[in-house]
Design a protein around this ligand. Structure first.
Ligand code: RFL
Ligand code: PHB
Length: 390
């Protein structure tokens, strides 16, 4: 088989890149280790920046997002028993974010891909990139009892944090930066109206809590938990009790509970691999970087990587210029590091760290107090939350 761009990974970054390339007449094949249903069973991000929405539109997959997504013009920072609203629209000159689940983004992109007839190979085992230090790279995989080979011009490694693309790069050619946080997030989904119309990020002595949503009738809630917590130890009742305790009283009283239908624990990590290009292979999204979810940036960063890479590949095929692909790693990393900084800062400000001493605690309180009273500080938060320019 031959294609122009072999894309490893059918998550949001692989699917978005694939649809943009297909729209520009650039042939591509997507390979994934797992099947479509497995991918659609993952519950992850919920907040889309306007730039991400624009890219989904450009990929022709924005119709349902505009019909069913929930535009949010602000959110609450809750601490000390009260709410402080961050007026995203007022602080950023009219910007907002869209609450629409990653699962739905993925479903919409998959449907567009199927309608366009582009090729996707699911349940491909042992996917391996080869010869990406040359101009004739190829990808091999196993399926239906045989080994197959796809020759291509470029490989896009959109295969997430544990995928094979980054791991195929010799250790001496890559530099990694990592910070592991001493806690995780326990998240649930429940078919129940959200406690508030807007997201609530709560800082509490018992730990961080986040009230989010997927629709007017579906809530997504998270609480900070220890890394060694076991999901079996968290009955729904225990979760709801703990969440209530971490919210200001008026929210706790308004909280409606229902049986959860998804419950999982995710560790928190910051991670960046540099560079993001190795000859004819590019790393995109979680394959190159991870941020803790506190800033709602992971999926949005995957989308901005796709934006830069797509522009570069289109320039290569349409204009015969490599300026865009040559600049990809530097441009993407400049935006990545700003989101890494923002996500780290939000995480540090909102969580209880097990080893926090009194000094650090007072600094956290001063930070929140400063945010509440300084328009300049709130503006800095808002402009990062809605997304820095592409
Ligand atoms: P994905 O989604 O991990 O997709 C990678 C794909 O690659 C496939 N793959 C392989 N394919 C072939 N061979 C192999 N050996 C392979 N190994 C893996 C996988 O099957 C998969 O289909 O990466 P991508 O596309 O870069 O997308 C990144 C986003 O998924 C991620 O950044 C976000 O979910 C992060 N995130 C959030 N981001 C936001 O922008 N806003 C949020 O509100 C937000 N909340 C979150 C989050 C992530 C969370 N978790 C669970 C980590 C909340 C949570 C709890
Ligand atoms: C979510 O709805 O899953 C969500 C929202 C905001 C975040 C992280 C996750 O910061």
């Amino acid at each position: 088989m031959r294609t122009q761009v072999a894309i490893i990974g059918s998550g949001p970054s692989g699917l978005l890149l694939g649809q943009l390339l297909t729209g520009a007449g650039i042939d591509n094949i997507i390979l994934d280790r797992v099947g479509k249903d497995y991918i659609l069973g993952r519950v992850r991000a919920g907040v889309l920046e306007e730039g991400t929405v624009g890219l989904i539109d450009q990929a022709g997959a924005g119709a349902r997002l505009h019909a069913e997504g929930l535009p949010h013009t602000g959110f609450s920072l809750a601490f000390d028993g009260r709410d402080h609203r961050i007026d995203l629209r007022g602080l950023t000159g009219g910007k907002r974010v869209m609450v629409y689940g990653q699962t739905e983004v993925t479903r919409d992109l998959m449907e567009r891909r199927e309608a366009s007839g582009a090729r996707t190979i699911y349940e491909a085992a042992n996917v391996t990139p080869h010869d990406f230090d040359t101009g004739s790279p190829f990808v091999t995989y196993e399926k239906d009892g045989g080994t197959h080979r796809i020759d291509c011009d470029f490989i896009a490694g959109c295969d997430g944090f544990h995928g094979p693309s980054r791991n195929a790069v010799p250790k001496s050619a890559i530099r990694v930066f990592e910070k592991i946080y001493p806690f995780g997030w326990l998240g649930i989904l429940a078919e129940v109206a959200p406690v508030s119309d807007e997201l609530i990020y709560a800082n509490h002595p018992r730990g961080f809590a986040l009230c989010s949503m997927r629709s007017a009738t579906r809530s997504r809630y998270y609480i900070q938990c220890a890394l060694d917590e076991k999901i079996e130890d968290w009955s729904d009742d225990r979760f709801w009790d703990e969440l209530r305790r971490r919210l200001p009283a008026h929210h706790a009283e308004a909280l409606i509970t229902a049986p959860s239908f998804e419950k999982s624990i995710a560790p928190l990590r910051s991670f960046v691999a540099e560079p993001m290009r190795f000859g004819s292979m590019f790393l995109v999204g979680d394959a190159a970087h991870i941020v803790p979810p506190t800033g709602a940036k992971g999926l949005n960063l995957a989308a901005s990587d796709v934006h830069y890479l797509f522009a570069g590949l289109r320039e290569h095929y349409r204009d015969g210029s490599d300026a865009g692909i040559d600049a990809y790693s530097e441009k993407a990393l400049a935006r990545v590091w700003k989101a890494v900084r923002f996500s780290w800062w939000m995480t540090t400000m909102m969580h209880r760290f097990p080893d926090t001493g009194e000094f650090d605690q007072r600094i956290q309180e001063a930070e929140l107090d400063y945010l509440t009273h300084s328009r300049a500080a709130s503006t800095a938060l808002a402009e990062n939350y809605v997304g820095l320019p592409l």
